[in-house]
Design a protein around this ligand. Structure first.
Ligand code: NAP
Length: 207
């Protein structure tokens, strides 16, 4: 009998990647008995018009640096190399086509993003493509999606997963770098060295 591959897809902007993300991926690996987790930095995020996002290449490289020592983690260029705005449904379709039916996909991301999935492009298709793992801060209840679905459409399966380390946030780290406050112990040192070397998140006069 062919063993089903259980593949975690860790979707995020990762601007920058931090220990909250790494703990989330490791926790999902164990809790959901995944074979490996593929980090998928978003190419061109569709909903981030209110602020400038670091280049896809910087976010990809920081994610590679952060995950390099873990044999169960990989980083994909799929979304970064696909032209146009990034939609999760396109990624999941592509992965489903290349891995085939013997692979089960688990899309891991923040609960705040997952709460919006009914408004994502191709929402009605998502249930057939993946199980969502919604990373939450402890004490936060993930909303059930079932009631919000139009009649005849199956709600995607959403599994909540509490992650204490998610008190760390990318926006908090960006603000700390801009204010020249310490970020040590919030993200891998090699990632913070990359941020300094490339002048990411610094105020204009500090570059
Ligand atoms: P976001 O709105 O920036 O993030 C929402 C919250 O989730 C933030 O607190 C964020 O913290 C956290 N988060 C994000 N990714 C996470 C992860 N992998 N693990 C744990 N926490 C995470 O979300 P986003 O980064 O733009 O999008 C998340 C994913 O949803 C991406 O893969 C994106 O492509 C997808 N998405 C798809 C559509 C669509 O298809 N229409 C629309 C929106 C998002 P940090 O800031 O610290 O990461």
């Amino acid at each position: 009998m062919i063993k089903t591959l259980r593949l975690g897809i860790m979707g995020g902007t990762f601007d920058p990647v931090h220990y909250g993300h790494l703990v989330t991926a490791e926790e999902a690996l164990v809790q959901f008995d995944l074979d490996r987790v593929v980090f998928m930095p978003t190419g061109r995020p569709v909903r981030k018009t209110h602020r400038s996002v670091s280049s896809a290449e910087d976010r990809y490289l920081m994610t590679v640096i952060a995950t390099a020592s873990n044999p169960d983690f990989e980083v994909s260029r799929l979304e970064i190399d696909r032209p146009g705005d990034t939609y999760t449904v396109d990624t999941l379709r592509q992965l489903r086509d290349s891995y085939g039916p013997s692979t089960e996909l688990f899309f891991i991301t923040g609960a705040d993003a997952i709460r919006e999935i009914l408004t994502w492009k191709g929402a009605e298709e998502l249930a057939g493509l993946t199980t969502f793992i919604a990373a939450t801060r402890p004490g936060y209840e993930a909303d059930p999606l079932t009631d919000a679905m139009p009649p005849g459409v199956t709600a995607p399966r959403v599994e909540p997963m509490a992650v204490p380390a998610l008190a760390i946030s990318s926006s908090g780290i960006r603000a700390r770098v801009a204010d020249r406050r310490p970020v040590r112990y919030l993200l891998p040192e090699a990632v913070s060295a990359y941020i300094v070397k490339n002048g990411l998140y610094a105020r204009d006069g500090d570059r």
